[in-house]
Design a protein around this ligand. Sequence first.
Ligand code: SER
Length: 894
Amino acid sequence: MKTHEIRERFTQHFVKAGHQAVPSASLILDDPNLLFVNAGMVPFKPYFLGQQNPPFPNGTATSIQKCVRTLDIEEVGITTRHNTFFQMAGNFSFGQYFKEGAITHAWALLTGSLEDGGFGLDPERLWVTVYLDDDEARDIWRDKIGVPEDRIQRLGMEDNYWSMGIPGPCGPCSEIYYDRGPEYGAEGGPIADDNRYMEIWNLVFMQNERGEGIGKGNFEIVGPLPKKNIDTGLGIERVACILQDVDNVYETDLLRPVIDEAEKLTGSTYGDGAPKEDNIRFRVIADHSRTGMMLILDGVTPSNEGRGYILRRLLRRIVRSARLLGAKGATLEQFMNTIMDTMTPSYPEIADNRERILRVALTEEKAFLKTLESGTKLFDEAVEELKNTSRAKTPKVLSGDKAFELHDTYGFPIDLTLEMANEAGLEVDMDGFNEAMGEQRRRAKADNQAKKHGHADLSIYREWVDNNPTVFTGYEELTSDAKVIGLLRGGEKVTEVSEGDEVEVILDQTPLYAEAGGQMADRGRLFAGETLLEVGDVQKIGKKLWVHKATVTAGGLDLGQSVTAEVNEEWRHGAVQAHSATHLIHAALRQVLGPTAVQAGSMNRPGYLRFDFNYTEQLTPEQLQEIATITNQAVDANFQVNTIKTSLEEAKAMGAMALFGENYGSKVRVVEMGGPFSLELCGGTHVGATAQIGPVSVLGESSVGSGARRIEAYSGLDAFRYYSKETALIEGVSRELKVQTEDLPERVAQLAEKLKAAEKEIEHLRSAQLAVKASEFLAGAGDINGFRVLTTRLPKGTSGKDLRTVATEIRNRVRDEAAIIFLAAEDGPKVPFIAAASDAAIARGVKSGDLVKRFGEFVGGKGGGKPDMAQGSGSNAAGIEEGFAALKSYVESL
Ligand code: SER
């Protein structure tokens, strides 16, 4: 049974039982404690906690959630069941059915016949676990379902009490396992062997709230949830592994094609006979290709921190594994294409994003291959050095420091270094390497510790994020009365602050816009009586909490106090102009370049905006002009700017450009300008109608990193200022040249033409003048050893080029004699010199090159050329006369 069908059967089973089918949320949900969505229940958290009412008709839902867990990335390919990306299918009850309902539903689907839409699993092969004292669950399994008592096992907190690992909903759980048979391990149920007995479904009886604590087993239960809920998670990939009768989760219909592709590209083979290491690498390639692709699909791009770093690490592990398997060049394109093919039936949105996904992946691969190349160079040099230094008999060892440098600076994983060392007949000092790694880890830890005391640790904001999200009033008003509900100084909570303090203020409501969606935060003030705080920045924690960074410039402020919060009006005016202008430019850009020009980022502040987008080619001046024209026409059309609050689904149907990180059922805000002209999901502040933006002047475009380009523009008065500065400049030039501005281009062309002619003329005159001089110089030539010899110092400022002109001229005049000409001059700090010899002189053995070489020694310079003419340059003018004398005595000696 194909994975796609397993998904369908799951959903149908629960829809038939009245559950609302909810699409998967993005992998990136807004939770300060969560890098990626890692369980099916994450998007439903507020319903479990009773913070929001579930919007599902029967109070039940079902979903197949995309999940990423990268904690045990090193386990991938080693065990048979660890995927970094997996699909968690779940059914959820919010205060509706509880243990019995969950157990009955699960059993019916697993053991139901194929004809009836079930998975047709043999009940004899299913085992279950329950929490230590959960007799209620045990009774249901034994008495209602009929699972024999010896196939029901009890496990403790670590295994059978589920929480998110952080404060939130939690409860005891019951897990269902499938016995894969004796060839997979020892008898004795899940407590004996979790490889043979594979966990497939976890039923969580979500009834309590968890407090602070460590890990899975050691936390406090704060109290019961408002209602008893159900959260279940079935691993789609594991069920596929069983139903497709394959050995492990990397060989299912979704991932196996990637392994096949890797076999073709690397020349190595996968499977039973192959080395264990190789098999692991194949599985890593398959697993990471899918996770990487799905992350890019949801908007992650490689970087050096956070989510981007995980993606980078995954992609690099693929490249490295392929290389270790024998691939010579790039491979990601084939892997990505294959995995996109297998995943598209379940995720049709991949089809629209293929090009973008490939671009992101291939750019990263290219960069990494380059890194590998320079690392390989370093490695080769080290090997070369070792070969030259160590004696033949002793084993050659690459130092731990070198291996660490390769790892640290070039991103060389140690196994790659080991492999390469092995090929080169070397050993690697692993103790030294581990020591260097340990040292680095200690440093990183200390660094993290330091950050914790700064502001990087967001958990301090947790209570407000969960309980007192900020109400934003700034769409409607610029001044609001508010209450101080949080105060922080130096990253610590305080109850009062006083004059001169740099503080963070949390209000129950605020009109100040927090930096988001590229729009910079509002500037403004908080005041009450004598007290005044200047707000320099406002940042959001998660999507819900506004934190004002302010300086207390007068008076003091207490927790609980009432204040007036006021936006700086001028600032806001400029900011909305720039932000609305950004939307227009985005729309214009897509009209001109087509839909593949996808937004990659933007920034707008009063008067200025920049817009980054994915596009591989440089824009032509005509394209830029067109974008600027369309933008300003849209300003001129004075489109009404409407904001519509609607559901994500509705917004997508309207054609609004989708954003990442939105969730099913989320209310989103669509900003519309001119109907279909511009529709964007956006939380920013905007003008009321586009004419209020004022002029938009596009400054130009440039490249920002691989595959991305940037347009910059001024808006409003700043656009006017820019134009008037340009105009003043042009008018100044036209006054200077005494022509009308429209005649400027022609005039400048004329002038350039004239200048060129004048320069030619000057050159001509100079040559003529030098030619005249040549006769004068020649008069000073003397006879040495049957040669006519001329050594002359030309006036200061004569260049090497001029020397050549004169020397050529003189040489022409003494064609029939055995003549030697040597000229030198002082030209700034340089001392150019030249030697020329007539044919008759050459016939007697004179070589101009010899002459310049000899002379060069006296003026501190070098030179060279042909026998008939050679030139050089030195730096010591004081040696010129001595050099001439030396030349003369040389000619004497010939
Ligand atoms: N939340 C549980 C899990 O992640 C069941 O969905 O395993």
